[in-house]
Write a protein that binds this ligand. Structure first.
Ligand code: FE2
Length: 345
């Protein structure tokens, strides 16, 4: 496995790059905007293709690199389903998986620091965001933080993992890089409490100043800006009503860009074809499935995904490849469901 831990000294943030092999797909966790050039350089040097960028939660102390990475690599942006961030193109929940080639992260919902805090689990290590830090825990006094929820996340989920499990947090301010679950059980001073009430009492009396960047970072991270806004300006977006009216026409090819797990969980628009988003580049050029479909049948390509972001990037890529009738369903399955559009499993 390729595993890199990178540090942003301004915010004390750790960012992680994971891949299974040189030349393969990569995933990044908690990227910082100011460090995006550095990440992309390393990804090029290691001959990787960035496919997913994940934030463990909405950060208050730095601006996320998710938007910039999306714009520069067209990667899929991933956060938990509670996230208020607009930039997210794939939302996950407890029990889901975040996968790229050869790497599978199990998703744990670990609220408390914020209500959108998640941890991500590999076989031998866990990325704990700001839920469990090295000899500390993330503060719980803003962004819908809740010390009781955090106690539950830490004691009933994270500390139930094997003692040898490596702990990689989103931050450290003392120079520590990694710990283990066993070490934190023994030596983390915040965890020397006898009850949830005692933990809440401890966390509610920390009296910490707000992070320097908080007033800038939280609004910036919630409104990064959407690709589908630009695609709509160019006239390549279908409203849900438009999409419903066109759905049964024979000159339309509906293409679902989501992953198999998302299709199983949320359902599929009847009659649509499946093409996972990461495979799109090879299918829109000469000789690709979509290129041939358009050339031979003259069908209009209608992409859709979970929220309309992957499909918006797909429309742009297809248009750039010469598929001039390509469009997408604005808002994706999320909007389709809210309008009671028909779905099949
Ligand atoms: Fe945080």
């Amino acid at each position: 496995m390729i595993f890199r831990q990178l540090f942003d000294s301004a915010s004390g943030t750790y960012t992680y790059i994971l891949a299974s092999r040189p030349g393969g797909e990569a995933l990044i966790i908690d990227p910082v905007l100011e460090k995006v050039d550095r990440y992309l350089q390393l990804i090029r040097e290691l001959d990787l293709k960035l496919v997913k960028a994940v934030d463990t939660h909405l950060h208050a102390d730095h601006i996320t690199g998710l938007g910039a990475l999306r714009d520069r690599t067209h990667c899929i942006t991933v956060m938990g389903e509670q996230s208020q961030a607009d930039v997210v193109s794939m939302r996950v929940a407890e029990g889901d998986r975040v996968e790229v080639e050869g790497v599978r992260l199990d998703v744990l919902y670990t609220p408390g620091h914020t209500d959108d805090s998640y941890s991500f689990l590999l076989a031998d290590r866990v990325f704990t965001g700001d839920t469990l830090l090295i000899r500390g825990t993330g503060r719980t006094d803003f962004q819908n933080g809740d010390p009781r929820a955090q106690y539950d996340s830490i004691f009933n989920k994270l500390l139930k993992l094997p003692n040898a499990m490596l702990v990689y947090p989103a931050h450290d301010y003392k120079g520590d890089t990694v710990s283990t679950i066993g070490e934190e059980k023994l030596f983390n001073p915040r965890l020397r409490v006898k009850s949830m009430d005692e933990y809440a009492e401890l966390m509610n009396n920390l009296k910490l100043p707000n992070p320097k960047m908080m007033d800038v970072a939280v609004p910036a991270n919630m409104r990064v800006g959407l690709h589908q806004d630009e695609v709509a300006r160019r006239g390549w977006a279908l409203s849900i009503d438009d999409a419903m009216a066109l759905r049964s026409r024979s000159d339309i090819a509906l293409i679902d860009l989501r992953e198999k797990s998302e299709r199983e969980k949320h359902g599929v628009i009847p009659g649509s074809l499946h093409l996972p988003y990461p495979q799109l580049p090879s299918e829109i050029g000469f000789g690709g499935i979509l290129h041939e479909l358009v050339a031979q049948s003259g069908k209009r390509i209608v992409f859709y995904c979970a929220f309309g972001e992957r499909s918006a990037m797909a429309v742009q890529a297809a248009q750039d490849a010469g598929l001039k009738t390509a469009c997408h369903i604005a808002g994706g399955i999320d909007a389709w469901k809210k309008a009671n559009g028909p779905l099949v499993q």
